[in-house]
Ligand binder design. Structure first.
Ligand SMILES: *Cc1c(COP(=O)(O)O)cnc(C)c1O
Length: 423
């Protein structure tokens, strides 16, 4: 099965005017051939491709959708602000209100700065940490995604080694390895970066070992380095506070983005008074960073997060999905590894080194109107219902049966084995 006629026509036009027809994480280049590239609309837990096919969307725009697409409360707040002004010569009062809301919710935060993308926030965290400490070296967990700037993009094309001259990697959850990397940095250590849990593509996710998280805090205290949590993906999906509040660790800086305005373009860097001086010293800005509409959307999103059971609801749905998928897989003789928090699931198949089984299953799910991903963590949103998950599990059973029947004839994806080899 291939994607529909409208999608195919758009792909052909895109190849003429967009390099490779698409770029970045939303390119379908590394997905099954039948996945649609272009979408027409989205509402609640569902999206429709340009050919009109409807999907229960277990990717949630790769993170920005937390409450449901076009949540009417958030959209009303955005529309009310849009009637007043968005990008103006100076910021609106909503900027102060949003900073107050975030500082009140996130335990470690004494101040907030706003930008557009997660990459802006993580890059700013690095700059602020260096300005605060007067040091250069930054430790990041190998393979952890922190964005697409030269210092952190996972693909080396166009990047010169000098742009990463002071970046050192350590293995996530490896306390001894982190200690060794901190020791090697000596008196030049500006920051230690960590994601809230290990949510790297193509592999099983892992929750943080509390001993590792607590040791990272201690090492930063001992050396005067800044601890940075990259909460761009997981922020507010695990807690109504910084994600490492769950392991009792407060960072000095945290980067936020994706869902904080339920799809409106805004990201944030939050920090403690420990690095307020560095934050005040750097020059960081952007034409759209002060736009008021996404800030109004964020204020309303945060209000809903504080006042609703969105978190408990997505966890309950995640548990339903996890147990349902496990049973459906077992019934058809498959063993799947479901890792990470249930509301941000990664699903990989045992005995599937080049992901051909996972790709076939994902394609069979999309064919049945459930948009899943074969190698990236997925996301649940608060607009999903127990009936949606029940339908997804039923589709999964049929998809497992279809894959079981076609197993001997499965071919690997043309690019994935090369991607995995370089991984
Ligand atoms: C998505 C992501 C980023 C980058 O955010 P963008 O908005 O895509 O620039 C950074 N860190 C993590 C953990 C992410 O998931």
């Amino acid at each position: 099965m291939t994607s529909g006629p409208q999608d195919a026509a758009l792909r052909a036009r895109a190849r003429q005017v967009i390099p490779n027809g698409m770029y970045g994480h939303e390119s379908t280049r590394l997905l099954p051939a039948s996945f649609p590239q272009f979408f027409g609309r989205a509402e609640g837990a569902h999206l429709w491709d340009v050919d009109g096919n409807r999907y229960l969307d277990l990717m949630c725009a790769y993170g920005p959708n937390l409450l449901g697409y076009r949540d009417h409360r958030v959209e009303a707040a955005a529309a009310a602000q849009a009637a007043l002004g968005d990008a103006m010569t100076g910021p609106s009062a909503v900027m102060v209100e949003l900073a107050e809301a975030l500082v009140s919710m996130v335990g470690h935060a004494d101040w907030a700065m706003f930008c557009k993308n997660g990459t802006d926030a993580t890059t700013m965290a690095m700059t602020v940490a260096r300005a605060q400490t007067g040091r250069r070296r930054v430790l990041v967990a190998s393979r952890s995604y922190h964005g697409a700037a030269p210092w952190c993009t996972p693909v080396p094309a166009g990047v010169v080694p000098e742009e990463r001259a002071f970046i050192t990697t350590y293995a996530y959850n490896d306390t001894a390895g982190l200690e060794a990397a901190v020791a090697a940095a000596g008196d030049d250590l500006a920051a230690v970066f960590a994601t809230p849990f290990k949510h790297d593509s193509f592999e099983d996710q892992a929750l943080p070992d509390p001993a590792y998280a607590q040791r990272a805090r201690q090492l930063c205290d001992e050396t005067g380095a800044m601890l940075v949590i990259d909460d761009v993906r997981a922020g507010f999906r695990l807690a109504r506070d910084s994600s490492w509040s769950l392991v009792g660790v407060e960072p000095d800086l945290s980067a936020w983005g994706k869902c904080i305005a339920n799809g409106h373009p805004i990201s944030a860097l939050l920090g403690s008074d420990r690095c307020r001086k560095g934050a005040g010293a750097v020059y960081v800005t952007g034409s759209f960073w002060f736009a008021a509409v996404p800030m109004a959307a964020a204020i309303e999103t945060l209000r809903i997060l504080r006042e609703s059971d969105y978190l408990e609801h997505t966890v309950a749905l995640g548990e339903q999905l996890r147990s349902g998928l496990a049973a459906a897989a077992a019934a058809h003789g498959f063993s799947v590894r479901q890792t990470g928090p249930v509301q941000m699931p990664q699903v990989l198949f045992d005995g599937d080194p080049d992901l051909r089984v996972g790709f076939a299953w994902a394609a069979a799910m999309v064919e049945r109107g459930v948009y899943v991903h074969p190698w990236h963590n997925m996301f649940l949103c608060a607009a999903m219902t127990a009936e949606d998950i029940e339908a997804a599990v039923a589709a999964a059973g049929d998809a497992f049966a279809q894959v079981r029947a076609s197993l001997p004839g499965l071919e690997p994806h043309p690019l994935i084995p090369h991607v995995l080899a370089g991984h």
